[in-house]
Design a protein around this ligand. Structure first.
Ligand code: KG4
Ligand code: ZN
Length: 357
């Protein structure tokens, strides 16, 4: 069974082919980053138009890469939401038209389910159940995942997503869009003690998070630095701010991950989404241990190891491979009618039908 996956929810056009027997056999991606950079953020209308331009050539390159033809495709999966309405419509119309012309089913996929399942594309795969940390430009959520389609929201950011905070902070520091990855590179050069930013909601006793206050704390620090330096930010100071900001975000995500694992009793953590590419987050979560609660009269509990899975770097940010894969997993429950619509806002917990696999 061969599924073509189409991703077009934001500023990346992704087209991939997933074969149930042989795995991922084609994966093509075009990023619009350079196009949006001069505007300092994604321009939705430009994004939609570019998706339209790229979808056909990317599909042809993907088929050529896999040594397949249109006739070999058994189903077409596409990102139905959440995302930018126009960008989603470009992918949806293309996927539906292609599936209709081939007389094959079309499978609407939730973008976050794509991210969530992307670690299963790695050679070493996590086993259910696990806690998933979805950490992207639009979402920061903890999910209890008991199987495909069985997702319970444990907690999420009440304001900015972690990736959004990375990007906004990068902008404050004068870094070019999209600044998240660049900020994290500069953080490597920063000193750990020069600045200290708050860890919002660290002790909130739940799995809610907040990152907008952190961004404001950075703004205050940046204004002070500028005032002391004739309006500029000296490079070493900028690197120190990057370091302190990243440390604060990673500390919060790590503490909440620990709580999510303790609360559920699961010992597997899966990290997905663009911020999952962050080196510091990978390093810190990679060393995570859980200390079970002490019971009176029993020996002191030993820290328990946690298995932590990250998607391969190439599948951290948006891509077609995760959509082709999630589509394949969903195929048995594919809605072949009425799926042309898109869902720019769509909570992952609203996926009701569970594929029977
Ligand atoms: O999952 P994704 O590609 O798109 C969404 O669905 O949002 O995630 C993009 C986000 C952006 O906010 C970007 O700044 C962030 O992931 N990101 C990073 C890194 N690489 C990408 N954030 C921190 N460190 C990185 N290395
Ligand atoms: Zn994404």
């Amino acid at each position: 069974m061969l599924v073509l996956g189409i991703e077009s929810s934001c500023d990346e056009t992704g087209v991939a082919l997933y074969d149930l027997e042989h795995g991922l056999i084609g994966n093509q991606l075009h990023t619009q980053m350079a196009m949006h950079a001069e505007y300092g953020g994604v321009v939705p209308e430009l994004a939609s138009r570019d998706h339209i331009r790229r979808l056909v050539p990317l599909t042809e390159s993907c088929l050529a890469e896999a040594g397949k033809t249109y006739a070999d495709i058994d189903a077409v999966a596409f990102t139905q939401g959440p995302g930018l309405g126009g960008a989603l419509l470009a992918g949806s119309s293309y996927a539906n038209a292609l599936a209709f012309s081939l007389d094959k089913p079309v499978i609407p996929v939730h973008h976050l389910e794509g991210h969530l399942l992307s670690p299963l594309l790695a050679d070493e795969k996590p086993e259910f159940p696990f806690v998933a940390l979805l950490v992207s430009g639009g979402h920061t959520q903890f999910m209890a995942v008991r199987g495909i389609g069985d997702y319970t929201l444990l907690g999420e950011s009440v304001d900015d997503a972690a990736g959004e905070a990375f990007d906004k902070t990068a902008k404050l520091l004068g870094l070019p869009y999209p600044g998240g990855a660049k900020l994290s590179e500069l953080a490597k050069l920063g000193s750990p003690d020069a600045f200290s930013f708050p860890r919002p909601m660290l002790h909130s006793h739940d799995l809610q998070m907040s990152f907008s206050g952190l961004k404001t704390a950075v703004l205050t620090a940046v204004e002070k630095v500028r005032a002391e330096n004739n309006g500029s930010i000296p490079e070493p100071t900028r690197n120190d701010i990057c370091r302190a900001f990243q440390d604060a975000v990673v500390d919060v995500l790590t503490a909440k991950a620990q709580k999510a694992l303790s609360d559920t009793g699961f010992r597997t953590l899966v990290v997905a989404g663009g911020v999952g590419a962050n080196w510091k987050l990978r390093e810190t979560l990679g060393r995570l241990k859980i200390l079970p609660p002490a019971v009176k009269g029993r020996p002191k509990p030993q820290p328990e190891a946690v298995r932590v899975f990250f998607p391969p770097m190439a599948y951290c940010t948006d891509n077609g491979a995760m959509i082709a894969f999630a589509g394949t997993m969903r195929l048995k429950h594919a809605q072949t009618a009425g799926s042309f619509n898109v869902k720019p806002r769509w909570p992952l917990t609203d996926i009701v039908d569970k594929p029977n696999i």
